[in-house]
Write a protein that binds this ligand. Structure first.
Ligand code: MG
Length: 250
C-alpha cells in the first residue's frame, strides 16, 4: 500500500531527512585512512541521538549498527567493524537513516578515502549523477519505470551496470514502504507517481557485472566479480511542483 503524505507530514519528513543528511555528512568527514568503520558508525549514532532521533537501521531486521558502511567491492549493507580499517584509495559507501517524530529519512553517499583512482572517481561521479537523473524523472504523472529507465540508461551508457537484486523504495513512517523503485525499467511502466508520495531513489552501480551476492553474515553484499561498486541515495517527495529532496543537510 502506498501512503501519500500530507503537507504537514512532508514538513516532518524534511526534519527527519535533515538529521539523516547531517549524519551522512559527518560520517563522510570521518572517512580517512586509518579509521575503522566502527568508529564512523559511532560518530553517526552519537550525532543522531544528540538530535533526539533514533538510528533507523539499528536493529532493523536485526542489523547491528546505525550505518551501513560498504567498502570498495561491497555494494551495500556492510557491517561497521573495528577490523575494517580504511586505506588510502578506498571508496566508502555509507547509508544512514534517522527516525524523528514518526518519520525517517534514508540517504547514502560514496566517499573517497584520500586520493582514489581515476576509475573509481568516474564510477562515483557516474553513480551520483545517475541519482539526479532519477530524481529529475520523479515527476507527478510519470511512472516508477521512468525513474529506473533514467538511471539505467545513464549508467549503462558509461559502461557500468545497475544492481537488480536491491532497489529503492517508498519511505516515510517506515524505512521501507511501497512502491519498489528499481534502478532499471521501461518508460511509462509501473506505479504512477502522485503528489505526496515519498520515495528513496538509490542507484547501486557496479563497475563490472550487475550481479551481487550476500556473504554468510547475512548482510554484506558484494559484487560477484570483485569489482568496485558505488551507491548514492536521497529521499524525495513527489509534489505538484516537481520532486523535492528531503535529505538535505544544514
Ligand atoms: Mg534505502
Amino acid at each position: 500500500m502506498i501512503v501519500l503524505k500530507t503537507s504537514r507530514e512532508l514538513a516532518a519528513m524534511r526534519v527527519a531527512g535533515k538529521i539523516s543528511a547531517n549524519a551522512l555528512k559527518l560520517a563522510g568527514q570521518a572517512v580517512e585512512p586509518g579509521v575503522s568503520t566502527w568508529e564512523i558508525d559511532r560518530v553517526v549514532r552519537r550525532y543522531i541521538e544528540s538530535e533526539g532521533a533514533t538510528p533507523s537501521f539499528l536493529g532493523y531486521g536485526g542489523f547491528p549498527a546505525s550505518a551501513c558502511i560498504s567498502v570498495n567491492n561491497v555494494v551495500i549493507h556492510g557491517i561497521p567493524s573495528k577490523d575494517v580499517i580504511l586505506k588510502q584509495g578506498d571508496i566508502v559507501s555509507i547509508d544512514i537513516g534517522a527516525f524523528y517524530e514518526g518519520f525517517t529519512g534514508d540517504n547514502a553517499y560514496t566517499f573517497a578515502c584520500g586520493d582514489v583512482s581515476p576509475e573509481a572517481q568516474r564510477l562515483m561521479d557516474t553513480t551520483r549523477e545517475s541519482l539526479y537523473e532519477g530524481i529529475k524523472a520523479a515527476k507527478a504523472g510519470n511512472r516508477v519505470g521512468d525513474i529506473g529507465h533514467a538511471v539505467q540508461t545513464y549508467v549503462e551508457a558509461r559502461g557500468y551496470s545497475v544492481v537488480r537484486d536491491f532497489v529503492g523504495h517508498g519511505v516515510g513512517a517506515k524505512l521501507h514502504e511501497d512502491p519498489s523503485v528499481p534502478n532499471f525499467g521501461t518508460p511509462g511502466r509501473g506505479v504512477r507517481l502522485l503528489p505526496g508520495m515519498t520515495i528513496a531513489i538509490e542507484p547501486m552501480v557496479n563497475a563490472g557485472v550487475h550481479t551481487v551476492k550476500t556473504l554468510s553474515d547475512g548482510w554484506t553484499t558484494v559484487t560477484t566479480d570483485g569489482k568496485l561498486a558505488a551507491h548514492y541515495e536521497h529521499s524525495i517527495a513527489v509534489t505538484a511542483d516537481g520532486p523535492v529532496i528531503l535529505t538535505l543537510p544544514d
